[in-house]
Design a binder for this molecule. Structure first.
Ligand SMILES: NC(=O)c1ccc[n+]([C@@H]2O[C@H](COP(=O)([O-])OP(=O)(O)OC[C@H]3O[C@@H](n4cnc5c(N)ncnc54)[C@H](O)[C@@H]3O)[C@@H](O)[C@H]2O)c1
Ligand SMILES: [Zn+2]
Length: 367
């Protein structure tokens, strides 16, 4: 098992990465849970697969889990579920010093974290991420949010968890498509700041995705450590360091918006395509060598993620996709910062990208 400290000023916490953490949950939470009743928010998929493991782990140490089992899917990150879940926590008389547990993917983590951030002006919460995406990305760093009719993740708070336990065993039940989508965020860390890790991905990702436990632990722990460093440096995304985590996300957001944020294109699939587009656009601007661009595209494609824009059924042109970008929450006083690459492992924030140029680039890619 690896333990990675997240060194946030005033509220440091640990991320544990290993196999069997859910089965030994009570042991890892010893000294943290103050009361017999332990509120746990999850979704019905995760509950069906992992509910008994968590239930038994807590009961064996004398705890009594109180479950809130929500429907799976993005629509659960809503005002309605926020209100209902906060009311449920209030009915359990959860106090500020208590811990609420989030068991699931990013949807459950984002909603539960936001509930915890507003409950009595902020109570503690523990993340038990069960998707690869949640383990390497959403469970660490304290961004919480819900979706509103105006868009995704537009309402939320920065609220750090008190503890994160990323059980690699949970990945065993994750559908392959979700695993691959999560992998997009893994390879992102290599592309934005760690060329050696990108090379590791080229060599080991296939075996890692096929279930090699040691490779999984290395990949997740390495990514968590990278995210921990970035978040400790720029907790509130002010200096630009944290914004590098948006590599592939500005292009990706446009693709997700065009496909209605539906299962037609998962977030990670859009990010994978988005990273290829960021690489190709960087090359078009003479920043990145075409050979490196092709290396990125080849790897994404080899893993089974989308790397060819023309092959997606988008029914859009460059102008339409750029139109979606204008509603991106990263818009800042009329400009949209793009994360571009100078080399593999050397990303930077470009605040002066010409959106008309992006539209014609996208038209070329769609042709
Ligand atoms: N807070 C952040 O910093 C941050 C970062 C990235 C993404 N996000 C958010 O995360 C969300 C996406 O997260 P996600 O990809 O984990 O999606 P998700 O939570 O919807 O999980 C994906 C699917 O996998 C199922 N599932 C979860 N764990 C499973 C397991 N172990 N076995 C079998 N099935 C399992 C879920 O029920 C769901 O159907 C988005 O809402 C996104 O906005 C937040
Ligand atoms: Zn993402």
């Amino acid at each position: 098992m690896a333990v990675i400290p997240v060194d946030i000023a005033g509220r440091p916490y640990d991320v544990h990465v290993g196999t069997g953490l859910l089965a030994n949950l009570a042991e890892h939470c010893r000294g943290v849970l103050r009361k017999r009743t332990v509120p746990i928010v999850t979704d019905s998929n995760v509950h069906a697969l992992w509910g008994d493991v968590v239930e038994n782990a807590l009961r064996s140490e004398g705890y009594e889990p109180a479950w809130r089992i929500l429907p799976p899917g993005e629509q659960t990150k809503s005002w309605d579920e926020l209100a209902a879940t906060v009311n449920w926590l209030l009915s359990l008389e959860v106090e500020r010093g208590d811990h609420v547990i989030a068991l699931g993917g990013g949807v459950i983590g984002d909603l539960t974290g936001f509930c915890a951030s507003v409950l009595k002006r902020g109570c503690n919460f523990i993340q038990l991420p069960t998707t690869l995406l949640a383990q390497v990305d959403s469970s660490v760093g304290g961004k919480t949010a819900i979706n509103t009719p105006a868009g995704k993740n537009l309402v939320g708070a920065f609220h750090q968890p008190a503890l994160v336990l990323a059980d690699l065993a949970a990945l065993e039940t994750l559908p392959r498509r979700e695993l691959l989508a999560g992998y997009a965020e893994v390879v992102k860390y290599g592309l934005l700041g760690d060329a050696a890790f990108f090379a590791w991905c080229e060599e080991h990702a296939a075996a890692m995705l096929n279930g090699d436990a040691a490779l999984r632990e290395y990949a997740v722990a390495h990514n968590v450590a990278a995210k921990a460093r970035i978040v400790a440096e720029d907790e509130f995304e002010r200096s630009g360091t944290r914004a590098l985590l948006n590599l592939g996300h500005t292009f990706g957001h446009a693709l997700e918006a065009q496909t209605g944020f539906s299962d037609a294109l998962l977030h990670g699939e859009a990010v994978a395509m988005g990273m290829v587009l960021a690489a190709r656009y960087s090359a078009r601007k003479g920043l990145l060598q075409p050979v490196d661009t092709e290396r990125v595209a080849r790897h994404i494609e080899a893993i089974g993620l989308p790397a060819d824009l023309a092959r997606l059924d988008l029914r859009a042109n460059g102008q339409v996709l750029v139109g979606h970008m204008l509603h991106d929450k990263k818009m800042d006083a009329g400009t949209l910062p793009f994360v571009l690459m100078r080399e593999i492992g050397r990303a930077f924030l470009d605040r002066e990208v010409d959106l008309a140029d992006v539209a014609s680039f996208l038209d070329e890619q769609l042709a």
